[in-house]
Design a protein around this ligand. Sequence first.
Ligand code: SAM
Length: 330
Amino acid sequence: MSMSELKDTYNRTIDYLRISITDRCNLKCVYCRPKKTLKNFRESEVLTSEEIERIARVAHKHGVRKVRFTGGEPLMRTDITRLISSVKKIGIPDLSLTTNGVMLSGLARDLKKAGLDRVNISLDSLKSERYKAITNGGDIGDVLNAVDAAEKAGFSPVKINVVPIRGFNDDEILAFASLTLDKDYHIRFIEFMPVGCNEIWEREKCIGAAEITDKISALGELSCLEFRGRGPSRNYRIKGAKGIIGVISPVTDHFCNFCNRLRLTADGKLRPCLFSDLEIDIRTPMRNGAPDDEIDRLFCNAVRSKPERHLLDKAASPGKFLRAMSKIGG
Ligand code: SAM
C-alpha cells in the first residue's frame, strides 16, 4: 500500500496517531481522573482490536509512522499483545505505549516480542506514601519493578513521565532529574495541563518549563540537546550525566506549530486537538458498514480540522473540557 504524506491546513505534516485503547484504569491519579467516579464506557462502546487495526491501517496509508497506545491504562486490555503485533505488522516503524507500569513487569518481554518499540512509564513521586496518595492507592514497588523489567526487556532508554504540580510533588524535581546522573533514563517533565482536572486545576499549580530547567541547573551545567524527531520535548543533559531530561511545555510555551498528531479515543472519536472538544466519530460509520474510502475521508477531515493552535492562554476558564484526560489518553 502506498504511503502519502498528509498535511493539515497549516502545512503541518501529520504522521503521529495516539490511540487510547481503553478508558479503564487501575489507578485514579488525582490530576487525571475527576474524583467523582467517572463512568467507564460500556464494553460495546469501546473499539475492538479489529476496528483499531483498521483505523491504524488507514492512518498508515496516509503517512502515519508513529503510533502510541495510551488510555486509561492500556495494559488493562487483555488483547494488548495481539493488538501490538497486528498494528506493528501494518508497517508502523515506531510503536510505543504509555503506561502507569502497574502491570508492566509481567508483560514487558511479551510486549517487546510482539513488536512494541518504546515504553513510557508514568511516575509522579519517588516517595511511597505520596505515590499512594497521588494515585489513590498505587504501590510504588510495582512501578520501580516495571522500570527494571522494561530495561531488561530491551526498552532502552526507559522514559519516565513526571507531572510536577506545585504543592504536590514539586520538591522532587531534583530527585527525578538526579536519576539521569547514573542511569540512561529519559525523565520527561510534563507541565500540568487543565484537562479534565477541574477540581484541582489552578494556574499556580502548573510549574512552567523555565522554572523546571532553572531548578535542575542546580545539579550541574545543562546542555540543550538538538530536537530529535519532531516531538514536543525540549531535551537537556546535565554535564556528565548518562540520561536525558525532557521538558514538555504545552501551557507556558505551546508547540502547536510543530504539532504532528491526531488522537483517537477508546470510543472511536478522532480528536484533532487535545485542547478542543471537536471530535469526529469514526466508530459509527465503521459499524454501519462504511467502505474504506469513507473511513479515509473521515480521517483526512480530522486532519484538516486541526486548529492552528490551542487557545489555553486565551480561554476564560481553562479546565472546562468535556472529557477527562483518562478518556482522551494524554
Ligand atoms: N495510564 C497510563 C499512564 O498512567 O501513563 C496512560 C494514560 S495517562 C492519561 C497518559 C499521561 O498523561 C501520563 O503520563 C499522565 O501523567 C499524563 N497526564 C494525565 N493528566 C494530565 C494532566 N492534567 N496534565 C499533564 N499530564 C497529564
